[in-house]
Design a protein around this ligand. Structure first.
Ligand SMILES: *[C@@H]1O[C@H](CO)[C@@H](O)[C@H](O)[C@H]1NC(C)=O
Ligand SMILES: *[C@@H]1O[C@H](CO)[C@@H](O)[C@H](O)[C@H]1NC(C)=O
Ligand SMILES: *[C@@H]1O[C@H](CO)[C@@H](O)[C@H](O)[C@H]1NC(C)=O
Ligand SMILES: *[C@@H]1O[C@H](CO)[C@@H](O)[C@H](O)[C@H]1NC(C)=O
Ligand SMILES: *[C@@H]1O[C@H](CO)[C@@H](O)[C@H](O)[C@H]1NC(C)=O
Length: 600
């Protein structure tokens, strides 16, 4: 932490207008370099309203982590003994003195307790404030920033301050310095090559896959359907049984909504048994669900069609989270520019019942998220894991980089002012408490060249990764990419799945689409089927998956050993025997995994 210097000493900058007398000094909490590819358009309108979210420290968080470690370790006697909502809330509750200190501070700015929203555990306090007031309280200036490449506009600041006495009572406040966005991780839409019908029902042409021993329609090499994935991942004959208890969900951000009519066309094409069934839509914080066909989102359509198509008749939910309304920086119109994950997390953690598997195909470069904020958000994912929820995230579509081939705009440079060249891992995939899903292509499967992978610069390698990742690192020729990645970081992806040539229905037409956006919802669906088998056998859901996946050390997965994922002007890492930072342990063999997960 740096402190504003005044009169050549530490301390002091702004005098907060404390009604009750003694002026308080502010000390700098966080200061970041203006992030790459964002231009400063000038001061934010003083009346622009921001929902400031104040994170209070969670003094018992390590205890929560210990519980999570035990209940997700398949060899531990507490495996699967998920915590209740109340248990988790007790473990993340702030100290009463922090609650008091925060409200006293807010009160000194005329903000009454009743005007604040508190999360069920009390660990987040949210207050909607005009920019002018937030600036006064945080000793900063909010500015309007525009992304030079995609035109996104955010109201953010590059630093903020707080009274020093709040150091131990406030962990962080956002949205202030977090420039991450929930951008959909898809690569390409291929509109025309989609053939008229999915299965060229002349399925005499088969590919035998060495290794797993499955047989797959030859057409699957160029067009991926629900049936292809069930064949390839060995789940053809599985019939879900626990559909009254088991569930799967997808999250959508930005202007993404899944179209019911597109889903019906998809079902007619690929899952006739599911015709006339649908899914629930939950709107969060102004999330949209515009069923005008022309407004469907490709990402949302892809996620819903494949996740629900594979796991049918498991009930599905689509969470549509708002938070990026049109923002016109030239007007004074108060609008929100939220941070994407917090609204959803706040909502979902408050629910008494949560779908057991949730897939998210959104993310951004890890370095666009301030490290304290990334840790806190990651800790929220741990809470979901402790409640028995498996979270899957696509690992990114840029190999070891950000996917931008243009060195002028690519972000393989550190944002910390030093401008070092570095590989760019994605967040939230880099959070150890989520399962990162990379991509493969073709049959036999090889790594797809955009599969996001690498090593976190924020999160240390969790113990359960030591053996597998250690082995991979030891196999790298000495000095490989030295300085470009953090060999002691959490490594991604954990697993992978097919990622290209997915045949979906989008705005009324069959199209091909690809990206690790396609992998995450489909692998999530196979996890949902594993949960189905467990729940039907009277066992709890799998919950946080990674300790199990790494304990299996490749058993139950098809190892992908060919291909690489370039990025940052390098060929990136190679897919190798065993775990690798391109495809993780590989793709699931549902049949084998089902037998395994029924054993404990
Ligand atoms: C599938 O397509 C890839 C890429 O074109 C090719 O290398 C591979 O041989 C094909 N697989 C089969 C079984 O034909
Ligand atoms: C689906 O619903 C429509 C309208 O109610 C009906 O005409 C059609 O027969 C149904 N199709 C199936 C396969 O159930
Ligand atoms: C939503 O649907 C309405 C028509 O019902 C349309 O006018 C509007 O432009 C659509 N799009 C959005 C983003 O609201
Ligand atoms: C950072 O370094 C790269 C490569 O040396 C260079 O292209 C880029 O302009 C530099 N950016 C800044 C902001 O200094
Ligand atoms: C990937 O494999 C190629 C071919 O075997 C090899 O030349 C290259 O050094 C490998 N790259 C890494 C990063 O291991």
């Amino acid at each position: 932490m740096r402190v504003y210097a005044l009169f050549g000493s530490l301390v002091l900058v702004a005098f907060a207008n404390v009604a009750s007398g003694a002026p308080r000094t502010l000390t700098l909490r966080q200061s970041i370099a203006p992030p790459r590819n964002w231009v400063d358009l000038g001061r934010a309108p003083p009346t622009h309203v921001i929902p400031l979210r104040i994170a209070l420290p969670q003094p018992r968080f390590l205890e929560l982590e210990e519980h999570l470690t035990e209940i997700s370790d398949p060899l531990h006697e507490r495996y699967g003994k998920h915590l209740s909502k109340e248990d988790v809330e007790a473990l993340v509750a702030p100290h009463a003195s922090s609650v008091d200190a925060v409200h006293e501070w807010l009160d000194s700015h005329g903000i009454r307790k009743e005007a604040c929203h508190r999360s069920p555990a009390g660990d987040w306090v949210t207050v909607r404030l005009p920019v002018a007031q937030a600036e006064k309280m945080l000793g900063t200036e909010f500015r309007v920033w525009k992304h030079t490449l995609d035109g996104d506009v955010l109201v953010r600041t590059t630093e903020y301050s707080l009274p020093a006495h709040l150091d131990e009572h406030i962990e962080l406040i956002q949205p202030t310095t977090a420039f991450n966005r929930a951008k959909g991780q898809r690569t390409t839409f291929r509109f025309s090559p989609a053939p008229e019908t999915a299965s060229p029902l002349s399925s005499d042409d088969k590919i035998s896959v060495a290794g797993s021993g499955v047989t797959v329609d030859a057409s699957c090499n160029t067009t991926i359907t629900v049936s292809c994935l069930k064949q390839l991942y060995n789940a053809v004959d599985y019939v879900p049984k626990a559909t009254d208890k088991n569930a799967i969900a997808l999250t959508g951000y930005l202007e993404q909504f899944a179209n019911f009519a597109d889903l019906q066309q998809f079902y007619v094409d690929q899952v006739p048994a599911a015709i006339n069934t649908s899914f629930d839509v939950v709107l969060i914080n102004g999330g949209l669900n515009n069923q005008t066909l022309g407004d469907a989102g490709a990402e949302a359509d892809l996620d819903v069609q494949f996740a629900l198509g594979i796991s049918f008749p498991t009930p599905g939910t689509f969470f549509s989270t708002g938070g990026r309304p049109p923002f016109n920086p030239d007007t004074d119109t108060p609008t929100d520019t939220n941070e994407p994950y917090l609204d959803w997390l706040n909502f979902i953690l408050a629910q008494p019942k949560i779908p057991q598997v949730i897939s998210t195909s959104y993310g951004d470069d890890e370095q666009t998220v301030p490290v304290d904020f990334a840790r806190r958000v990651c800790g929220e994912f741990a809470q979901l894991g402790a409640r028995g929820v498996s979270l899957l995230f696509s690992s990114g579509d840029g190999g070891v980089g950000d996917g931008d081939p243009d060195p002028a705009t690519q972000t393989c440079f550190t944002n910390d002012g030093k401008n070092q060249t570095k590989f760019i891992p994605g967040f939230p995939a880099s959070c150890p408490f989520v399962t990162a899903v990379g991509g493969t292509v073709h049959i036999p499967e090889v790594a797809v060249d955009f599969s996001g992978g690498g090593f976190s610069n924020y999160f240390p390698r969790p113990i359960w990764q030591d053996v597998a990742v250690g082995k991979f690192l030891a196999s790298l020729p000495k000095g490989t990419y030295a300085g470009l990645f953090n060999p002691s970081g959490r490594a991604i992806p954990d697993v992978s799945g097919q990622a290209d040539f997915f045949r979906i229905f989008f705005r009324g037409r069959a199209v091909h689409i690809g990206g690790t956006s396609a992998s995450s919802p489909s692998i999530a669906a196979f996890i949902a089927l594993l949960n189905d088998a467990r729940i039907a056998a009277g066992k709890p859901s799998l919950g946080f998956l990674n300790p199990l996946i790494y304990a299996l050390n490749g058993v139950g997965f098809n190892d992908i050993t060919a291909g690489n994922a370039p990025g940052c002007g390098t060929p990136g890492f190679n897919a190798t025997a065993g775990w690798d930072p391109v495809t993780g342990f590989g793709t699931p063999d549902f049949g084998k995994l089902k037998d395994i997960v029924l054993k404990f």
